[in-house]
Design a protein around this ligand. Structure first.
Ligand code: ATP
Length: 281
């Protein structure tokens, strides 16, 4: 098996317990995504429409991508991932084709989840206004971005809810959340993925030190306090890695991670979040 294949298998193995905190988001995602897939017949019998699109927004590094991967693997849906920023090829037309092909593949392997990471790159505000008819260009605008957005909206409009294709978008840019994408039948569920609370930070630190020899002088509960207030899940993962590296540097081979190593790691890894940044959410 190729390296690539191994990587994608390990990615598929992420479970809810790999994500610290976020109990409310996890529950809402399960309701929005898993229920319609797992209880598809019941939904149909009750005449309940499954959501077609779920948009996750929130600060970077707080596990939006990981949540979607877990949802795909626990619900047994096939997973199709498209990066909004990487979508643009130098050849006009290719990115539209990419969108159509992705939806076709997803329909053929339903139930399925199409994940648009950095969806704001596709739905830049200017093109959004035009695509929703607000600008002079209408749906027929000629920038690549407008055509890509148009292709996305058309595909989303064409999804039959009963066919079990769900689009999940993720963005760090709440200001990009705009009317055209929020219409019923498009991104009709919007979930905020917040920065980790103190309890969540404690859980995250536990997750990433699980298989580390940690000295009894390390108190993860204390580390998860005020001191890591502006750290994201990704930052905390980096802190644990850095602490282990500190221990390794100091004593090759012995490597028990002590409090002083965490102190050094917390100096080396600065928090991603700031009050200024959090204001926009
Ligand atoms: P971005 O917006 O930058 O793409 P994201 O919100 O999609 O970020 P992920 O890519 O899912 O975040 O997370 C980044 C890394 O941090 C991943 O390795 C993830 O496992 C880890 N991480 C983030 N939040 C948590 C958490 N609550 N529990 C465990 N790991 C987390």
């Amino acid at each position: 098996p190729s390296t690539l294949r191994t990587t994608s298998i390990s990615v598929d193995r992420v479970t809810w317990s790999d994500i610290g905190g976020l109990d409310e988001v996890k529950q809402k995602l399960q309701q929005a995504v898993e229920w319609p897939i797992i209880h598809r017949d019941t939904f149909a019998r009750l005449g309940l429409a499954a959501p077609r699109g779920v948009l996750l927004y929130g600060p970077p590094g707080c596990s939006k991508t990981t949540l979607v991967k877990v949802i795909a693997s626990t619900s047994g849906a096939s997973f199709h991932s498209v990066n909004g920023a990487a979508l643009y090829s130098p050849f006009v037309g290719d990115s539209e084709r990419e969108i159509r092909t992705t939806f076709a593949r997803a329909r053929a392997s339903a139930p399925s989840i199409i994940f648009f990471d950095e969806v704001d790159a596709i739905v830049g505000k200017r093109s959004l206004e035009k695509a929703s008819g607000g600008g002079s260009g209408g749906r027929g605008g000629d920038s690549v971005q407008e055509r890509v957005l148009s292709a996305l909206l058309n595909e989303m409009d064409g999804i039959e809810a009963a066919r079990g294709v769900l689009v999940v978008g993720a963005t760090n840019r709440p200001d990009m959340i705009d009317a055209a994408l929020m219409r019923p039948g498009r991104f009709d569920r919007i979930l905020y993925v917040p920065p980790p609370s103190q309890e969540a930070r404690h859980q995250i630190l536990k997750i990433y030190t699980k298989s580390m020899p940690v000295s009894p002088d390390v108190d993860l509960k204390i580390i998860s306090g005020e001191r890591t207030n502006r750290y994201t899940g990704a930052d905390l993962k980096a802190v644990c890695r850095e602490a282990a590296m500190e221990a390794l540097r100091e004593s090759m081979g012995v490597g028990v991670v002590q409090r002083k190593h965490f102190d050094a790691a917390l100096k080396a890894v600065t928090p991603t979040l700031s009050d200024e940044m959090l204001k926009q959410y």
